[in-house]
Design a binder for this molecule. Structure first.
Ligand code: PCD
Ligand code: CU1
Length: 808
């Protein structure tokens, strides 16, 4: 008996969009067969290691490499003096600043690269590092950005002219020798007027502390210069391999076609691996000098102390409203601590990233934002941690401001949000700070979330708890954390987003093989997100071949089409769109071939899951598999054989994912210990490609949010020493601290994205941090607390309780 295969069964067989396809990359990861940069071993390979500054600010009096060079197995020791003739002692940063590759006369942060030792193995290299004699003269250290703007101490002597004047920086005039830029958006006068006329104004200053994504795998590379062919191959932990190739070409003078950059498997990136580090440049130089491959791999302390940090934003806000709670204006000033060099990776026109999304999910008619970037004696970076573009800071800011306003108005914070949300029919919505939100349905998501947790019931329980506490019946308080976030991802339209002049489009190239399988290559690079799984799903649906028969390849610049890489949750919005578009080009040609084979007009066939059928005659069809074979044989006369397509996609707009999060937390007033009883997360990322991967992304992002909100921090002492440079001091949550997350969703497709998908990887972090923080602050609202700074570790919570007089 021949049971007829239904349309649904044919669709299921493809494993296309919307199905919980198991991650294809996990077969190798779970068997220890991943290929990470440290797994790359080339014949004759040498190892590099850095001499790093113990001081945060010091003049270099001298460097003596004699003892190190005398050690058996040491091949070379590079200093700035060796790089100077090549013009490589400084390198450009992605933010338009420049950064020392090796200390040139002085050091600006603890752990800064001073000399690069090359040896036969990494142990000899490490021993030799100890034998390099550096004479330092300590200079006054500036770790506070507000102090920096007043201090006589000049951090960046290279940015002060001979006559003492201050040349403009990459983003305009500078006010002080330690000032980097001022960035202003919105209407200053109008906003200040609204604030001064308002019936109610809430004001708060909040510090979003410095933190670090601390990926499992640290940064590293292997540089291999083939002198005979003049070809440089650079393997490394790069989130943007093509951009790295272009930057290496521009600074080294090696022709771009002679450089091959390869990102192998990456053990987590989280923005930490977007920028260019001195280790890359030194390894390339060392390979050119020695003629053999050179490997450099950071250790954990180097990674935590010197590579791209996140946040370090002081945000001062004023929010104005009517007595009924309708928000009329938002004012924000940020003092942004960038460390010794401005090494952010924001699009050129956005020196503070997309901080101007800080009006959040709310219809705020008037707003103004100003950001001052400042140099201090801390490590450079500022690009990373589940939002390379400062959206996390923006959302934290507005979601805390809303809570503070709710206190000022003596109003319920959920209700305050509801009456200010942008309404469904207002999309596309033009925000006061310049963005066009593509789509959203905030009320639906919010109501669903409140209902799911029985919000009213929780508030009643909380009120009872306060009573009980006051009556001495309990020592535990209960906090309800609320957040409704709007993300902005998918940088981005080339018209307003570029990095170093490279437009932020992305790409996909597809080749269909004769037997109906395929390879697709993209300009992005997975660091654990599962692109090999999800991009094949997009294609399965678009071209009607099984996802299992489609290989996804990323990260090799010799084969992948040019793209700007993976960060800022841009892969789905940009490369995902390119993938769908390239798929549609394949389908268009397949349609012609099908019509030719079926001897009908092109318009008389239509696509049906995995085949083209003759309209009105479903028994007459050609499957995509058949068409693929025909493309290499009986292709239409006069038309090229083969079935390939490429798409370079320049998105018309960003995508605006959003979500509603609720956290229920119990806090022990006497110990400051937090216990997360419930965490509900509703995410709307438009069309969902792989619900299982989305859920994994949400779990990971929330856990990283928990870390940051409740303890994780890169802290400095007054001398500029990093106090949290090891995992003994740097909080990484374990299964012990992590609650059982409840995930949920609504689907509001992006109207301009070919498949309606928005990014999701960053969202849980962006929305999670304020949600945890709001829960802590909310627990003490009944006792008069307005705001406390993160991270809310047990000690700080205990202190808050103590200051509020709750310890009797
Ligand atoms: N609708 C939708 C969306 C999405 N998806 C999925 O999900 C994922 C993600 O996505 P997205 O959102 O687009 O993103 P991407 O671009 O891919 O990625 C990026 C992100 O991602 C995240 N996640 C993750 N995971 C892992 N595992 N690892 C890692 O490293 C990481 N990182 C992080 C970060 S931080 Mo930055 O860089 O800071 O900016 S940004 C970021 C992928 O797979 C995709 O496909 C789906 O499915 N659907
Ligand atoms: Cu972002």
């Amino acid at each position: 008996m021949n049971k007829e295969i239904t349309r649904q069964e044919r669709a299921d067989a493809l494993g296309g969009m919307g199905c919980k396809r198991k991650r294809v990359e996990d077969a190798r990861f779970t068997q220890g067969k991943g290929n990470y940069v440290d797994d790359i071993k080339l014949p004759g390979m040498l190892f590099g290691d850095f001499v790093r500054s113990p001081y945060a600010h010091a003049r270099i009096k001298s460097i003596n490499t004699d003892r190190a060079m005398a050690l058996d197995g040491v091949v070379a020791v590079l200093t700035a003096d060796d790089l100077r003739p090549l013009g490589l002692h400084w390198m450009p940063t992605l933010a338009g600043d420049k950064q020392m590759v090796l200390a040139d006369g002085k050091v600006l942060f603890q752990g800064q690269e001073v000399a690069y030792v090359v040896a036969k193995d990494r142990y000899i290299a490490a021993d030799a590092v100890e034998l390099v004699d550096v004479e330092y003269e300590e200079l006054p250290v500036v770790v506070d950005p507000f102090e920096a703007l007043k201090s006589d101490t000049v951090l960046r002597e290279d940015l002060v002219a001979e006559d003492g004047s201050l040349p403009d920086g990459a983003h305009g005039p500078r006010k002080h020798h330690n000032h980097i830029f001022t960035w202003e958006v919105g209407e200053k006068d109008a906003t200040e007027q609204v604030v001064s006329d308002a019936a109610v104004v809430a004001e708060e200053t909040m510090y979003y502390h410095r933190t670090h994504p601390c990926p499992l795998e640290t940064c590293g590379c292997v540089a291999s210069m083939d002198k005979v062919n003049g070809k440089l191959t650079l393997y490394g932990t790069f989130q943007a391999p093509h951009a790295i190739r272009t930057v290496v070409s521009l600074i080294s003078g090696i022709e771009e076609h002679n450089i091959r950059v390869v990102s192998p498997d990456i053990g987590g990136g989280f923005g930490n691996k977007v920028g260019a580090y001195p280790g890359y440049v030194c390894s390339v130089v060392a390979s050119i000098v020695t003629g053999v491959p050179v490997k450099w791999i950071e250790d954990r302390m180097e990674n935590l102390m010197t590579t791209a940090f996140a946040r370090d934003y002081w945000m001062k806000g004023k929010i104005a409203a009517t007595p009924e709670g309708k928000i009329t204006g938002l004012w924000c000033h940020v003092t942004a601590d960038h460390g010794g060099f401005d090494a952010c990776a924001d699009p050129t026109k956005f020196p503070a990233g997309f901080m101007n999304i800080c009006t959040g999910s709310y219809d705020i008619p008037t707003a103004y934002l100003a950001v001052d970037g400042v140099y201090t004696n801390k490590a450079p970076g500022g690009v990373s941690y589940r939002c390379s573009f400062r959206v996390t800071e923006a959302v934290y800011f507005i979601e805390r401001m809303i809570e503070v306003l709710a206190i000022e108005l003596n109003m319920d914070a959920a209700e305050l949000r509801r009456i200010n949300f942008i309404k469904k029919d207002q999309f596309p919505y033009q925000s006061a700070l310049g963005w066009e939100y593509d789509s959203g349905d905030y009320h639906t998501a919010w109501d669903k979330a409140l209902k799911a947790v029985d919000y009213e019931g929780l508030r009643a329980e909380q009120a009872q708890r306060v009573e009980d506490f006051k009556a001495g019946k309990t020592r535990k308080l209960m906090g309800i954390g609320l957040t409704h976030f709007t993300e902005i991802v998918g940088a981005g339209p080339v018209k307003n987003c570029d990095i170093l002049g490279l437009g932020m489009f992305d790409s996909c190239e597809i080749r269909i093989h004769p037997t109906g399988s395929a390879i697709a290559r993209l300009g992005t690079i997975s660091q654990g997100q599962g692109h090999a799984t999800t991009f094949a799903q997009i294609l399965a649906t678009e071209i009607g071949l099984p996802a299992d028969n489609i290989t996804i390849e990323e990260g090799d610049t010799d084969t992948a089409p040019y793209g700007l890489g993976t960060y800022g949750s841009r892969s789905t919005p940009v490369a995902g769109a390119a993938t769908a578009m390239a798929g549609r080009k394949i389908r268009a040609k397949a349609q012609m071939i099908a019509a030719y084979l079926l001897e009908v007009h092109d318009d008389d066939v239509e696509f049906d899951v995995d085949r083209f059928v003759v309209k009105g005659a479903p028994e007459k069809f050609k499957t995509m598999k058949e068409i693929a074979f025909a493309a290499y044989n009986q292709a239409i006369p006069g038309i090229e054989p083969g079935l390939e397509a490429v798409s370079y996609y320049d998105p018309p707009n960003m995508t605006y994912p959003f979500g509603a999060y609720i956290c229920v937390m119990d806090i022990d007033v006497d110990t400051g210990v937090t216990d997360i009883r419930r965490f509900y997360a509703l995410d709307d990322c438009g069309t969902r490609i792989n619900p299982m991967i989305i859920e994994g992304q949400v779990h990971g992002g929330l856990t990283e949010a928990l870390a940051v909100a409740l303890g994780q921090e890169i802290a400095y002492d007054d001398m500029g020493n990093v106090k949290t440079g090891t995992l003994m001091d740097f909080f990484l949550p374990t299964a012990w601290e992590v609650p059982n997350y409840e995930t949920d969703h609504t689907v509001t497709p992006s109207p301009h994205h070919p498949i309606g998908a928005k990014g999701v990887g960053e969202s849980p972090h962006v929305g999670g941090v304020p949600c945890f923080s709001n829960a802590v602050n909310d627990a003490f609202r009944a006792f008069g607390l307005r705001h406390t700074h993160m991270p809310h570790d047990h000690w700080r919570i205990w202190k808050t309780a103590n200051e509020l007089g709750l310890h009797g």
